[in-house]
Ligand binder design. Structure first.
Ligand SMILES: [Zn+2]
Length: 143
């Protein structure tokens, strides 16, 4: 059995990252959520450093990291995870636009798409601004 989850991520670091994710989640008021760390990195062409996908109607989410996440600075890794975790607090704002087919029929798919895009973009800005302020108040990864 390989001691690496993917080339840049050792098993040890993967396990440490899972524990660290839990620590940050607890510090961000997400004690009642559970998180899974994906065992494969993001597609390098995605342009993302990390993603989080909450399960609809559940307090659980999957976090996926880019392949070179382990090579980033501790400050940056903390900021990235704080940013992703904060999305959980705002996930329910997005739900009506993504899942409410009645709303889509009432206002039309084109209008719903525009609203969805606007809400998504503004949530992204809010999450990032809060993450940049919050991250320094939370512990750094151990390595
Ligand atoms: Zn984001």
């Amino acid at each position: 059995m390989s001691n690496r989850v993917w080339p840049e991520m050792s098993r040890k670091n993967f396990e440490r990252t899972k524990v660290y994710l839990r620590t940050l989640a607890d510090g961000l008021g997400l004690r009642d959520w559970s998180f899974e760390l994906a065992r494969a990195p993001l597609d390098p062409h995605s342009g993302n450093v990390a993603t989080i996908v909450p399960t609809f109607g559940q307090r659980e989410a999957v976090v996926t990291l880019c392949h070179d996440y382990p090579t980033k600075s501790p400050d940056y890794r903390r900021y990235v995870l704080v940013h992703e975790l904060l999305h959980c607090h705002l996930d329910r704002i997005m739900t009506p636009f993504r899942e409410n087919r009645v709303l889509w029929r009432l206002i039309g798919a084109a209008a719903a798409d525009v609203i969805d895009d606007q809400v998504r973009e503004n949530i992204e800005h809010a999450v990032d601004a809060i993450a940049r302020e919050m991250a320094p108040h939370l512990p750094l990864p151990s390595r």
